[in-house]
Design a binder for this molecule. Structure first.
Ligand code: HEM
Length: 481
């Protein structure tokens, strides 16, 4: 756990006086909230206005200002008044040890030395190699990769029943959790054995169990080994491209490894939840599903609609005040937390005109964040989710929810709000289109290999290195919860 800090990150003592926490605040937990957060946001808005003081657990120690409306969210995210930071060392209650130390959300925002917690020129320095590497991706080839992996995962869903028999699967555990992680690990240039170790370590780390700390350490070691390997032996992958674009920024091994970690961990969670939320919306909104099936609405449009009504990241934790300020009429102290409620957008009266047709194409939602910390991987994230859904809809046309929507339970409703499982049933089609075909028959490059960057000639990666590995055993493997 973090050491207690009696000074702020600039080394100055925290202000001696604090405006008292509002006498009235609302819980952002509990069965009412978990069952229907959207009505809950609506009632918070009616009770408190555009900003609501909330607590995240029973003792009330874990508290922050929930920002419910679009205008205030933009104001904080774009930080026009230069008072907010993403650097969680500014969270005074955390620094002073006021939070329950084992609260499961703390690891989600605990400070790490990465672009996510950096500001200004340091943020730019730490972001540049990753952003430039992403720009090198060949998205058409990447789509092929995603499609291949999705096909394999779907083939693994079929049990041995005869065509026409009803099959059952859990789309969360058997598909949505796996696809983005497999894609990201492959794009980073991992071989099958380190991808396996990484997948295991991420599961262990996120489970928060007794092995979590060891898993996090193992993950760090794997990332460092990967970066070191790619520095000496570059290939057609994002880590090699990050190294290539690192000349000016000069990230050291720890910083580069941290950024690879960040991209994998940040990318997989939101993509998984977006897949689940869209599957759920399509299976419970017959009009939308009919429009998608009849091509009156593209899958991208259905996904955009979901960004409005059930954003993958519901509540962003967060931003912290570096100066005394006001927010929605409240006096905010240095070190107070603002939580951006991206999922509450439908509760904002200003957004009420966005009906289910406008929401298919209007991109004014804030589900990608905004400002300097807004998501840098929108094209890739959108591609992973869209391809995953399109393959799913093509291969499992008769899919239905196996339980009523009301019977679903939700994990971490105050952050990502992902269903704990997403059981579906579907008839086995007469012949699965690509079942039994070789994994990948021809060499494919995710990006072209980086050019040599020093005056010493380096070998260009061979065709063989650029070939997609057959990850059959990796796809077959997956820890079941
Ligand atoms: C597909 C669904 C995705 C969604 C909805 C999403 C959403 C977001 C949001 C809301 C933020 C802002 C965080 C903040 O302001 O505090 C963010 C940041 C970030 N995302 Fe994504 N993301 C997605 C996919 C990805 C993928 C695939 C990657 C990596 C390949 C990625 C990498 C990152 C990184 C590195 C940041 C931190 C940026 C910074 O602090 O400068 N995301 N994402």
């Amino acid at each position: 756990m973090s050491t207690l800090a009696s000074t702020n990150p600039l080394g100055h003592p925290w202000p001696a006086t604090r405006t008292p926490w509002p006498t009235r605040s609302a819980p952002l937990y509990g069965p009412d909230f978990a069952r229907d957060p959207f009505s809950y946001y609506d009632s918070l808005r009616r009770t408190f206005g555009p900003v609501a003081p909330v607590t995240l657990e029973e003792t009330g120690a874990f508290r922050g200002y929930l920002v419910l409306d679009h205008g205030h969210q933009l104001d904080v995210l774009q930080n026009r008044r230069q008072v907010w930071t993403r650097d969680s060392r500014w969270y005074r209650d955390l620094a002073e040890g006021a939070l329950p130390p084992d609260h499961p959300i703390i690891p989600q925002f605990a400070y790490r030395r990465s672009r996510l917690y950096a500001e200004g020129t340091e943020h730019e320095r730490l972001s540049t190699p990753g952003i430039r590497a992403l720009a090198e991706l060949d998205l058409l080839r990447t789509r092929d990769l995603i499609e291949d992996l999705a096909e394999q995962l779907i083939s693994a869903l079929f049990t041995d029943e005869e065509p026409g028999e009803v099959n059952e699967a859990d789309i969360l555990h058997q598909y949505a959790l796996q696809l983005p992680l497999l894609v990201l690990m492959r794009l980073m240039g991992m071989d099958e054995s380190s991808a396996l170790a990484t997948g295991n370590a991420i599961h262990e780390m996120l489970s928060g169990g007794p092995g979590a700390a060891q898993a996090a350490a193992d993950l760090d070691a794997t990332m460092r080994a990967l970066v070191t390997e790619r520095q000496t032996n570059p290939g057609p992958d994002l880590v090699s491209w990050m190294h290539h674009h690192n000349q000016e920024s000069g990230l050291d091994l720890a910083e580069l490894s941290e950024d690879v970690w960040l991209q994998i961990v940040a990318g997989r969670g939101a993509s998984t939840t977006w897949i689940c939320n869209t599957v759920l919306e399509l299976l419970t909104n017959p009009d939308l599903n009919a429009d998608v099936v009849a091509a009156r609405c593209s899958m991208s449009e259905a996904m955009n609609h979901v960004m409005w009504i059930n954003a993958p990241i519901q509540n962003l934790i967060g931003r912290w005040a570096t100066q005394p300020t006001t927010l929605g009429g409240y006096d905010v102290n240095v070190g107070d937390l603002a939580i951006l409620s991206l999922g509450a957008i439908s509760a904002d009266p200003a957004m009420r005109g966005v009906d289910q047709y406008i929401s298919r194409t209007n991109k004014a939602h804030l589900a990608w964040g905004a400002g300097t910390h807004g998501c840098p991987a929108r094209d890739l994230g959108g591609l992973i989710v869209r391809t995953g859904l399109e393959v799913l809809w093509e291969r499992l046309p008769g899919m239905r929810l196996a339980v009523p929507k009301e019977a679903l339970t939700w994990d971490l409703p105050y952050v990502a709000r992902s269903p704990s499982s997403l059981p579906v049933i579907f008839p086995r089609p007469p012949a699965a289109p690509k079942d039994g075909q070789p994994w990948t028959t021809q060499p494919k490059f995710i990006s072209s290999p980086p050019r040599p960057i020093s005056t010493e000639p380096k070998e260009r990666p061979s065709e063989r290195q650029g070939r997609l590995p057959r990850w059959r055993s990796l796809v077959a493997w997956w820890p079941r919860r």
